[in-house]
Design a protein around this ligand. Structure first.
Ligand code: ZN
Length: 253
């Protein structure tokens, strides 16, 4: 669940309790709450199964139960607990055996709770001497996860799935756990990596700011990038958030 979702749900909860609620209503709410908790637990329980006869089975112990209450009672019993312990021991052994064998195992994407977009600044620069344009990105990651470093990556118009394809642009993305990845639309012009004055990234641990400077290769006489140059207004549009669906088409008149 993203941060936005969490907030939306949160706003619906606790909308002012009724102080004069009768004890009966409180009891009823409590019963419903417990029922909901049990339902959620059962839904997550990999061994809980409702069979075609309408009764319930424990797939671990291969036992039958008349109702959910009986099943829940069974899960607290000795037999189920012992079988759980045996299963856990076997899983641990399997995990040991496979560990280190497959060095090419696919890396699972990390599922951390995202804490929102980072703050950022974008500065347009122009070098009169070389007549090259450059962009300076500064992204703030004050709550950066320990052990992670901010990183950047370029993405072609065809690779991204957020906006309509436009070959005049490419994107530069900045990522750092647990922040949402942000991307900026930049002209699709070669980035000059000839030296540190042209292209560099820098993580400042003291102020927790990631800096990235991109210098565009000069493509014609005046140094203006081909294909219209900077987006309208001269400033890159606000960042897009990875994974969002494309915006809906504009309304028809
Ligand atoms: Zn069982």
């Amino acid at each position: 669940m993203s941060f936005m979702d969490a907030r939306e749900h949160g706003s619906k909860i606790g909308g002012g309790g009724v102080a004069s609620a009768s004890q009966g209503a409180v009891d009823r709410r409590e019963r419903l709450r417990r029922l909901a908790l049990e339902t959620i637990d059962l839904a997550k329980d990999p061994y809980f199964m409702r069979n075609h006869l309408g009764s319930y089975e424990c797939k671990l112990c291969l036992t039958m139960h008349a109702n959910e209450g009986n099943y829940l009672a069974h899960t607290q019993g000795k037999r189920h607990q012992q079988n759980l312990a045996k299963r856990a021991a076997r899983d641990a052994k399997d995990a040991d055996a496979s560990f280190g064998k497959s060095k090419t195992a696919t890396i699972q994407p990390r599922k951390t709770m995202k804490i929102g977009r980072p703050g950022y600044r974008v500065t347009k620069q122009y070098d009169r001497r070389t007549r090259q344009r450059s962009l300076l990105f500064q992204v703030d990651y004050p709550e950066r996860e320990l052990g992670t470093k901010p990183r950047y990556r370029f993405m072609s118009a065809y690779e991204q799935k957020v906006e309509a394809w436009d070959k005049r642009y490419q994107y530069v993305l900045f990522a750092c756990e647990p922040y949402e990845t942000i991307g900026f639309k930049i002209p699709n012009v070669d980035v000059d990596k000839a030296g540190r004055d042209k292209f560099f990234t820098h993580w400042d641990e003291d102020v927790k700011t990631y800096t990235c400077q991109l210098t565009f290769r000069r493509v014609d006489g005046d140094g203006a990038p081909r294909g219209g140059g900077m987006p309208r207004g001269g400033i890159p549009p606000p960042p897009m958030v990875g994974g969002l669906p494309p915006p809906p088409p504009p309304p028809v008149r």
